[in-house]
Design a protein around this ligand. Sequence first.
Ligand code: PEP
Ligand code: MG
Length: 886
Amino acid sequence: HKYVYDFAEGNKDLKDLLGGKGANLAEMTNLGLPVPPGFTITTEACKAYLASGEEPAGLADQIAAHLAALEQGMGRRLGDPDDPLLVSVRSGAKFSMPGMMETVLNVGLNDRSVVGLAAQASGNQRFAWDSYRRLIQMFGKTVCEVPGEEFEHALDEAKRARGTTNDLDLDADDLRGLVDTYKKIFSKHTGREFPQDPREQLDLAIRAVFESWNAERAVIYRRQERIPADLGTAVNVVAMVFGNLGPDSGTGVAFTRDPASGAQGIYGDYLANAQGEDVVAGIRNTVPLQELERIDKPAYDELLDYMARLERHYKDLCDIEFTIERGKLWMLQTRVGKRTAAAAFVIAGQLVDEGLIDLDEALHRVNGAQLAQLMFPRFQLDHGFEPVATGIGASPGAAVGKVVFTSARAVELAGQGEDVILVRRETNPDDLNGMISARGILTSRGGKTSHAAVVARGMGKTCVSGADELDIDIPRRRFTVAGQTVTEGDVVSIDGTTGKVYLGEVPATPSEVVQYFEGELDPASIDDALVKAVHRIMSHADATRRLAVRTNADTAADAARARRFGAEGIGLCRTEHMFLGDRRELVERLILARDAKEREESLAALLPLQRADFVEIFRAMDGQPVTVRLIDPPLHEFLPPLEQLAVDVAVAQERGEDVAKEEALLAAVRRMHEENPMLGLRGVRLGLVIPGLFAMQVRAITEAAVECVRQGVRSCPEIMVPLVGAVQELETVRSEAEKIIAEVVGGSDVEVLIGTMIEVPRAALTAGQIAEAAEFFSFGTNDLTQMGWGFSRDDVEGAFFWRYLELGIFGISPFESIDADGIGRLVRIAAEEGRAARPGLKLGVCGEHGGDPDSVHFFHAVGLDYVSCSPFRVPVARLEAGRAAV
Ligand code: PEP
Ligand code: MG
């Protein structure tokens, strides 16, 4: 079994086996770039080690062989007393896990080779002893679990003895002394001397890197980032090069384009006379990479040349780590670089212009989550405010408001028209009302899966979580941060994308991407790289996708906006939303009607209102299909709350008032009261129980269509029956509806389709039967998830989903992204059996999942005809539908 690959043997496509770093080092080596020689021990070796607790058979020999080749190539032997080869031992998993696993530098140094190293470095004793003390420190800490503070402490002590706080003021003798102290610390904690055998150092370091895969912080990080736990890490053994050999040495990072804006140019930082860890530690300030041109022009030119070559080769933004050792440039790492959402679009557009990628590939370079991010308002770029704290960007957007510390106060102030930011240490289900009222939520504890984060994302509310610099005092309604006290009513601004918290009102700007979708910015005539790129990529997505995108809208205004955003129809018009406000009373009267006369009166009052609604919506959609769902109210939303009513009646009785009417209402509400309204008298069940209700709606829809024809407007109504579980339910509604439609349409040119939602699991499982009575299916994945999992959709997210996410029972709420294995299986079965029974059956989805990126890919794969989502998600769905198709 081959466990070890020389850099020359690998390539960038072997990330599974060689990890990201190893695969890219191999790629650079094969491109002829100056990579320090080395080899990679595979993730398979790591997995074998972690499974059995010992190195797999053959690994030691393979390492020996590759080490020998490395020694020969370098003309030096590992730890040779006179002229030592030193190596770094670096972790490198398939997915980047920055800082989570271990690295040991300077392996090969011991009491004798430290002298040889000084000779190599032209007699630089200080450098050699500093390198040795760094090895003992790193090796002690990561390989032998010596408490890191002890080394830190000894280092501080040495500096104090010198009267300095700067490492660079320690001379060779100080460092030699420090090596002695470090060795004592090492043996005190490990019960053995610091190992002098270079190969033993190497083997132990490799083992420590293997084991760091299961370090607690790595495990937590993987869980957060949804990185599988069984991948293992590769280990890279690389010849050391030194950036700390004097002013003609140094180290830096470079980006081939600006990872923030995507703009072309030279971006990066450089630090002379330093090693990579110094840059990370921020001990000294770096200079902009451009300065390197002045410091070392040949190295700078060479670096620029490699950057251009890497970009052409990877066809993408690359980030690079490099070291200059006495004027010689070495490439230590490259990878396709992380970038902001805006940069992702801009760079994809540029690469198409440069002929490096085609538009299909450009679609793969961006995603719907990034597009969604670009559609939030954000703080102006040069706002000049300094953040007072940085937490976790838990739910994107820019929110400004007065600070409040309790849910009740949030509700109260928001009720007075104030914008508020709810500040809590962490949130719990009791805070829900406050969260709903607030513009944004700020907590001092918790990560991306905390209650606050999960619930805020579900609500589309800006949230910064885990801003632990905030010292929050709820009883006194204040917090302190950066030496300042913020009390209730003070204004703060929070950025849910970056996690930054500002005191005062930071000016926000609307999203130019939304302005573009609204038709307010013309990509042809403005000079805005982002808008141009978005336009180009969206146009290609539209040209490519198979799925149509509709919207969920119940008003003409929403419908019109969704059309501007690219919707091609309405996939769900929830008619119960048309019965709120003033009309609620009419519905209440209808539900509680004691006789046919009362019922017919309220229906007659509703008919013209409904008809006018539909005319307006059909006009807004101008011939595009409009799926109107017959009323599906959870009954309790239309009736006065039982308890309140009972109290009111009792109080009125006490006062001796005449309460005959109220008593009758109370009796009716009591009669209709349901313990579990979401599983009760709703949807088609209500339509079958209350005579004339669905008939009125069918009439209103059909009359509106006929009226539109008269006005010269085309319309395509589709009547949808909710909550069907058995074909008989649908057949009953259908036969009544068909009679009304035939009667109303008469001779006019109107066609009305009748179909059903598939949102009760039984409907999915009997879809073949149901399709006989349905011209279309629309999957109601909200209810399908609710009933399939048995999760009350109104309660669980706030109540316990955070815990499920924390435990990894699911990676994302099944109400947010379709549970492909379970609920998705129901969708698949229904789609297949429905189409088998009725070829050409139109299939769509109108649950929240219709606008979720991963779910869109799933619906594409299942073969649906369209997805339908809220107007704001329409561009996201268009983009993802395009991505799913290429
Ligand atoms: C659904 O259940 O997915 C659906 C779209 O209907 P509603 O959300 O109105 O119950
Ligand atoms: Mg539903």
